[in-house]
Design a protein around this ligand. Structure first.
Ligand SMILES: Cc1ncc(COP(=O)(O)O)c(C=O)c1O
Length: 439
């Protein structure tokens, strides 16, 4: 017997059907999950016709808004002309996307490999570093999130996101530069914090590796970790440290890339750091499955063994990438993120002053977060969840993050307008009030 077509059967409970058919880890947000049917700009609509302002953009991914006409048009045209090739053939679409990327990437990153996700882009970066250096050990940071393959979950340093014990040897973790939860306490200077975390990094390399690491892998702002912004000078010093041990710097720009951190195309550029290898995904193609790894000429050249990707550089994904990049460049999204980020931040700072359960307001550009705490600054994931539910009630979508799920995260489309941002903040304010009233 053939199963009913779910999209044509509104009487079928889609949420229950989701639970019945998918792996349990494909777990939607909310007690009563949102069944999304349409999106346009910062708005999405559910199956009952209710509209929500999307202030999280599918995990900072719909970088220029849902169904941006430029992307829709290019993809529609491309899918009607050529939908697949594999990396065995040359396509104009792949070359064009790589050339545009090179135009905005930090200088020296001249070569690109396209894959289908951030996870794969991380795998490619680590493999490239290992091949080039002839070494194997990777130093990462605690509170990092890198994806869902075996390697990526081993680099990921959040117990809840590690489904199996680490089985890949040679991955070691230094302290996250998480100043709010630093053992030094909140009252020391940024310089002292930087020094403390850098000394830890050095000690980790000297005590838990052979002293010959292949690379250090860092996110300029730890995304899933809860938008953890390192203290000033940390990334530049960390780059010096890994290079002093002969290793490469891999920067994971999956969340911070493409202007989101405000004022710069990539998060590492705020620190004047040029990575040896850079990893991108999420916002690169406005939601189409694209991962990209960029590297220096000599690093790319060292990889002489065979490798292929059936879907990497797929012409439809590349059309989406080029369309998205063109709009991001034309609209100067780094500047837009800087300005809109300030608008959000000033409202969040007010909320932070109003509610004592907001422990810290942090972030850069259009990556802004609130860490929700109890009376002794302990993480309060229960209240963070309550905020998530209350924002949904207000017709606003935000995200959660942090090791315990205690951080509320915001990262809307980078084309969001001032009025839309104002509307989102009004809804957010109402949600916080409702949560506070509930006690
Ligand atoms: C910083 C970072 N790196 C890598 C990944 C993995 O990307 P993907 O989910 O596309 O595999 C993520 C995903 O959230 C991420 O946030």
């Amino acid at each position: 017997m053939s199963s009913p077509k779910l999209s044509e059967a509104p009487s079928i409970d889609q949420v229950q059907a989701h639970r019945d058919h998918l792996f349990p880890w494909v777990k939607p947000y909310y007690g009563d999950p949102v069944v999304i049917t349409e999106g346009e700009g910062v708005w999405i609509r559910d199956e009952k016709g209710r509209e929500y302002l999307d202030f999280f953009a599918g995990i900072v991914t719909t970088s220029i808004g849902h169904c941006h006409p430029a992307v829709v048009e290019r993809v529609r045209d491309q899918v009607g002309r050529l939908g697949h090739t594999s990396t065995l053939y040359v396509t104009r679409e792949q070359i064009e996307a790589a050339a545009t990327l090179m135009g905005i990437a930090p200088e020296g990153l001249t070569r690109t490999a396209f894959t289908n996700s951030g996870t794969e882009a991380i795998e490619t970066a680590v493999m490239a570093a290992r091949i080039f250096t002839g070494r194997s050990e990777i130093v990462a940071l605690r509170h990092a999130y890198c994806g869902r393959s075996t390697l990526a979950t081993t680099i990921t340093a959040h117990a809840p996101w590690r489904p199996v014990p680490s089985t890949i040897a040679g991955i070691t973790h230094a302290r996250s530069p998480y100043t709010y939860r630093s053992p030094l306490g909140p009252d020391v200077s940024e310089e002292e914090q930087t020094e403390f975390f850098i000394q830890d990094l050095i000690e980790v390399i000297e005590t838990t590796t052979t002293g010959r690491p292949a690379a250090l892998l860092v996110e300029p702002i730890q995304g899933v970790g809860g938008f953890i912004v390192p203290p000033r000078g940390y990334l530049a010093r960390a780059a010096e440290v890994i290079r002093s041990f002969g290793g490469l710097l891999i920067v994971d720009e999956v969340q911070t890339g493409f202007g989101r951190s405000g004022g710069q195309w990539f998060g590492c550029q705020h620190s004047g750091v040029t990575p040896d290898i850079m990893v991108m995904a999420k916002g690169i193609a406005n939601g189409f499955p694209v991962g990209a790894t960029m590297a220096r000429e000599d690093i790319a050249a060292a990889w002489t063994s065979l490798s292929v990707s059936t879907y990497g550089g797929n012409p439809v994904s590349m059309a989406a990438t080029s369309a998205t990049l063109d709009v991001m460049i034309e609209e100067d999204v780094p500047e837009r993120c800087r300005v809109r980020g300030r608008q959000i931040r000033s409202a969040l700072d007010e909320f932070g002053a109003r509610y004592d359960w907001i422990g810290e307001v942090r972030g850069m550009g259009l990556m802004q977060a609130l860490e929700i705490v109890g009376p002794d600054r302990e993480p309060d994931p229960v209240r963070a969840r309550a905020i998530l539910e209350a924002t949904r009630d207000q017709g606003l979508l935000v995200g959660v993050g942090g090791l315990k799920g205690q951080v509320v995260r915001m990262g809307p489309s980078m084309l969001i307008t001032e009025d839309e941002t104002g509307e989102a903040l009004n809804r957010f304010s109402a949600a916080l009030e409702a949560v506070d009233r509930a006690g």
